[in-house]
Design a protein around this ligand. Structure first.
Ligand code: CA
Length: 232
């Protein structure tokens, strides 16, 4: 995993230095920023392979930064790991989690963080053949085909793009606006509840295979593809 680059956004200098050191020793190229504003400037220069964003930042918060990155085509697909303090997760987190791929709760060991970063990079870069697999589902982007435990799942073109978008980032919650952008395109006017209609169709197509529960509703946000039924 050498030569992967990480942009770390953390305002506390001690934690920033400790994490930069640990990630550097683990073989990552690390750039560090002390604020969201600094991070945006760093992103203008070059894109990293992965972002680590502290939830609590002065000025623009980590959550606002995450939302902003997800709205921008250039940064929409970057894997994003959020650092949170104990007590910030649960309900509050759930309502804000659009676009975050993983969380690490403080205090954590650098070793744990490095392991999570590696796992996230593996997930993000998992496909070199245009095929995405999770929870028994395989989406073949080139063949435009969805299979469930090897059996063909009949889906329409919109449902195909929907599941393809979701499965590329397992566990990431997408809000309806993000899904509209990805699936229908930026310049098409469609109401947000259209997303719900197509999610229902997708679940219906997956139901005979017992896999409809992989498409989870994230209350107050939108939807995610998850193999973790407890997260629903
Ligand atoms: Ca902080």
């Amino acid at each position: 995993m050498a030569d992967h680059s990480v942009l770390l956004i953390e305002d506390e200098p001690d934690i920033r230095e400790m994490l930069s050191f640990s990630l550097g020793r683990a073989g990552f190229t690390v750039r560090a920023a002390g604020s969201a504003e600094q991070a945006l400037r760093a992103l203008d220069e070059a894109l990293p392979d992965l972002l680590i964003i502290d939830w609590m930042l002065p000025g623009m918060s980590g959550v606002e930064l995450a939302r902003r990155l997800r709205r921008d085509q250039r940064t929409a697909d970057l894997p994003l790991l959020m650092l949170t303090a104990r007590g910030e997760e649960s309900d509050k987190l759930n309502s804000f989690d659009a676009g975050v791929d993983d969380y690490v709760t403080k205090p954590f060991s650098p070793r744990e963080l490095v392991a999570r970063v590696r796992a996230l990079l593996r997930r993000a870069g998992a496909s070199t053949d245009g095929k995405f697999r999770a929870g028994g589902i395989e989406v073949d982007s080139n063949g435009r085909r969805v299979t469930a435990d090897g059996a063909i799942v009949r889906v329409g073109p919109t449902e195909f793009r929907l599941i393809e978008t979701l499965i590329r980032h397992p566990e990431r919650a997408f809000d309806r606006a993000q899904l509209l952008n990805k699936v229908w395109g930026r310049n098409v006017y469609v109401e947000e509840r259209t997303v719900d209609v197509h999610v229902l169709r997708l679940r219906k197509a997956l139901a005979p295979f017992g896999m409809d529960k992989l498409i989870q509703t994230v209350r107050g946000v939108g939807y995610r593809f998850s193999t973790n039924s407890e997260a629903a």
